[in-house]
Design a binder for this molecule. Sequence first.
Ligand code: MG
Length: 251
Amino acid sequence: MAVTIKSAKEIELMREAGRLLEIVHDEMGKIIRPGISTMDINECGDRVIRELGCKPNFLNYGGFPASICVSVNEEVVHGIPKKERLLKEGDIVSLDAGLIYKGYHSDAARTYAVGQVNPKVQELLDVTKQSFFEGIKYARAGNHLFDISAAIDDYVSRFGFGIVQALVGHGIGTSLHEDPQVPNFRQKRKGIRLAPGMTLAIEPMINMGTWEVKWLDDEWTVIAADHSVSAHYENTILVTDGEPEILTLHI
Ligand code: MG
């Protein structure tokens, strides 16, 4: 599939899809505390998405049984929400959410500390988030796609954390996953040349220990192979003539 270049009208729809998803994340972020279940978070996110007049794009995607991926501690991504999975003080929880607005998709993830976490875990959260910002610096017309990958890799590697390779970022638009793939680690090739109107989900997934992952028997939940904790941070972004635009975060 070719990489799509969005028209001005499509970009407006993508911006709105992104703005609405930020509201969903803000609402979910407010309820994070010890004692709530991962299903409570899913129900909150699903409700807000529908109240905003949108549809959750993860629900039933490839058979995924919920609207929000809720991944705790060593779970990297694609955690399935459960009533009986309660958050406790010192956990971290990654919320990956997406929605469809008038046929256009947005996708973003945040990782939260539940109460107080130890300083090394907090560093993992901070580095994962910052690695997105290091990557997006290179999301400029004329640069190459894998400049983004290299910038994330160079930043994260300084801290000795493991960069997940089995899952990568992606183009996004009228489909949740479009070309190109956006790896979070250095590539041998340069990748495509970036052009205005490309919309990408950049989403570093970083483990405290090894970069290697495995899948649980539920066939969805990805965990760090050494069971170390893992963080995920993602935004949908737009490549422009100048500064890249973050569609799912308005600072
Ligand atoms: Mg994504």
